[in-house]
Design a protein around this ligand. Sequence first.
Ligand code: GTP
Ligand code: MG
Length: 392
Amino acid sequence: MSKCIGCGIKIQSTDKEAPGYVPVSATVDRGEAVYCKRCYDVIHHNKDYSSATYELFNDSKLLVNVINDYYQKLSKLKGEKALILLLIDVLDIYSGFIPKLSEYIGDNPVMILVNKTDVMPKSIKLNTLGEKIKQIGLNDNLNVRDVFFISALKQKNIDDIIRRVMDYFNRTYFRGNKTYLLGSTSVGKSTFVNSLLKKYKMIDNDLITTSYQHQTTLDFIPISIGTNNKKEECFLVDTPGYLNLMTATTYLGLESLKQVVPRTFIKSRSYQLKENQTMFLGGLVTLDFEGDVNVSYFVSNDLYIHRTKTSNKEELLTKSMYKLLVPPVDETELKRFGEFTSKTYTLSCDEEFKHWDLCIAGIGYVHLTGENFKVTVTLPRTILTTLVPNLL
Ligand SMILES: Nc1nc2c(ncn2[C@@H]2O[C@H](COP(=O)(O)OP(=O)(O)OP(=O)(O)O)[C@@H](O)[C@H]2O)c(=O)[nH]1
Ligand SMILES: [Mg+2]
């Protein structure tokens, strides 16, 4: 049974609405790559298929099945000698690690590719981020060898990676001939494969289907990328994304994704706050400040930021939710996130802790400086927030 080259799913001709559908007339083997109807519709008509993901949040059994299915696919890697490229979104470094990954890949070497760096302002020191990211990987028992900062979309630093991959392949002790691209959904794995193939002139147009919607790649897609010094064929394998439940983007509809996922490089927005001010990131995150504090947001330029006196907060929330304060665009989207939670941090800056950075998974970074201040962060419980000193 052949597979769709766009998403990796097995081709079928019985259910028009299910992934993998190709009319019988088109399944005749002409030696060409076959795209299923879902991929065709996404590539040519930018079709919205996100309802499949959002239905999962109404049915916990379906959600568990999807997660189990992911690990079932990953279990093919158990015991295999391979090189792992783990993609992490630069706006999502803490939640981007796949839970329990080391149980599946053992001590195979891992190269971490921090993707989408094209959106980060030049002022951000990526080296400090790199050290943190390596440490998170090591703490997760991954055999992290290198951390690269890349842009799959803009083909930034792709050369360094392919050189390192071929280096692994050519070492005699490295017997496996597969490199697996792993990571959360929408982190840019398939974009990376397309970029690499285009850069080395193996293709002119994208081969694998990519989209800002989630769960685009549905099964493993092995791509031949050359031979090692024993003339064995080497494969780069694109894989389905892990459905990351700790990042905001997983729960957002297409309209909201356009506002939250940066499309161009981020222009940081800075505010000097005095006593008891509240700031909203759309209607998803509320930050209540006490004391004098300088705040800079490294989030999408299209994400609405609003500032008000804390005493006006509740009234504004009631009046402006789904209108001014978006996302969420409506109650259905809000409900996908489940309950909200608040956490208060009492912070000060000095010689040692020059500033603090709050990482909000999938949304970005909030950079805080002040002598003594408090910040209360209210957001959906499921979104991972991490506060670290001197990160950016
Ligand atoms: N700004 C920016 N966007 C990127 C980059 N790489 C990928 N994207 C965008 O991220 C979205 C997801 O990309 P995909 O390549 O489909 O992601 P994936 O990891 O294969 O996703 P799944 O197949 O769902 O697991 C698309 O809209 C891409 O254009 C990058 O380097 N920079
Ligand atoms: Mg993909």
